[in-house]
Ligand binder design. Structure first.
Ligand SMILES: *Cc1c(COP(=O)(O)O)cnc(C)c1O
Length: 358
């Protein structure tokens, strides 16, 4: 089988050894001669999976028991609703920054449940930068940001000093770089970008934020219910959680976030340097805000697109097509993507320039 270099933006690439273990568990899990997919989620073998999956998040973030970790269904998109449902008080407000399509969707849901103060937006320039210099009011219930703009390729390189609980959608750069997790009160991430298959979302919340609402809460939308149930209030997405656990275990065993951050930096440097050097391509994002996970670039002439598409096929480069709102190319360099794949992409870009630039 010829190797395909997978730059898909999501669901994204997973480590080969994780896929192998996951497929084995579908046939025979823990030598039970049963599939992971056909045993009780309350069996001791599966409870061990869920416990490890939750603990690994705390290990990798280097936080303690002041946080609760859970895995829920519904995607990151459900968190756009659950965050305000759980944290926004009756007459209170929440502060958001609008840095892309996902942030816009998060704001839309919060507005249905209460007052939203959009402190800053980069929509004026097609979300190609991260707004800075805004002030977070100290009388809002929480501040919400999106650490990495998956579609437009801008990434927050630092986070504001926040006088109120800080909530972050980290779906597309979770555990890709060292951050101080303790400055956040709630972090959530859909699994399918950097952690596992679609179908589960990781939520890490400070325990003191649980049970804030005094009104009656729908059980399935109440963080406290899921926290008390240790992510087993109802049947959890057993397979996505298992594969996420394997990926986090892979990350930890190889050296954790510090290890992957170095590789991610190398991958991003290699590709951005080539984009800047190569006369056939141009980056779309302000240099200081360029994402290390989703690298967006355009051909300098529209007619290049068809020819470069052909060349990328020859090189077995997959998933490079830019989001329909941006066009051009988007190379997603998630944790499991090896440096070698970026090297091959850069080779293709060089060959393209030598053949077509005039
Ligand atoms: C993909 C993505 C989402 C949406 O995730 P779903 O699991 O499809 O709901 C939300 N936020 C960000 C930053 C994303 O990249």
């Amino acid at each position: 089988m010829e190797k395909v270099h997978n730059f898909s933006a999501g669901p994204g690439i997973l480590p080969a050894e994780v896929l192998k273990q996951a497929s084995e568990a579908c046939l025979n899990f823990d030598n039970l001669n049963l599939s992971l997919l056909e045993i009780s989620h309350r069996s001791k073998n599966y409870v061990a999976v869920m416990d490890e999956a939750r603990q690994l998040v705390k290990d990798l973030f280097e936080v303690g028991d002041e946080y609760e970790v859970m895995y829920l269904g519904g995607g990151a998109s459900l968190q756009f609703a659950m965050v305000p449902y759980n944290l926004l008080s009756d007459h209170g407000s929440a502060a958001y920054i609008n840095t892309g399509v996902w942030a816009t969707k998060a704001i839309k849901e919060a507005k249905i449940l209460g007052n939203v103060n959009v402190l800053a937006s980069s929509e004026d320039k097609k979300f190609n930068y991260i707004p800075k210099g805004y002030t977070i009011p100290n009388d809002v219930d929480y501040f919400h940001c999106t650490s990495n703009n998956t579609i437009y390729g801008a990434q927050m390189k630092s986070f504001p000093n926040c006088p109120v609980p800080m909530v972050c959608d980290m779906s597309s750069d979770l555990f890709s770089r060292r951050i101080d997790a303790k400055q956040f009160d709630l972090i959530y991430a859909g699994a399918q970008k950097n952690m596992g298959p679609a179908g589960s979302t990781m939520i890490m919340i400070k325990k003191n934020l649980l049970g804030k609402q005094t009104r009656k809460m729908l059980s399935m939308l109440d963080y406290q219910v899921h926290a008390k149930g240790e992510s087993m209030y109802n049947t959890p997405p057993v397979f996505p959680v298992y594969v996420s656990m394997l990926t986090l275990r892979w990350l930890k065993q190889n050296g954790g976030v510090d290890w992957i951050e170095k590789i991610n930096q190398q991958k991003a440097d290699l590709l951005y340097n080539e984009i800047d050097r190569n006369s056939c391509f141009v980056g779309t994002v302000e240099t200081e805000d360029r994402s290390h996970m989703n690298v967006c670039f355009l051909p300098t002439k529209p007619e290049y697109e068809e020819q470069f598409d052909k060349l990328t096929k020859q090189y077995n480069l997959s998933g490079l097509k830019g989001h329909r709102d941006v066009g051009g190319y988007r190379a997603s360099l998630y944790n499991a993507l090896p440096l070698e794949s970026v090297t091959v992409l850069v080779e293709a870009m060089k060959e393209f320039e030598s053949k077509y630039a005039h």
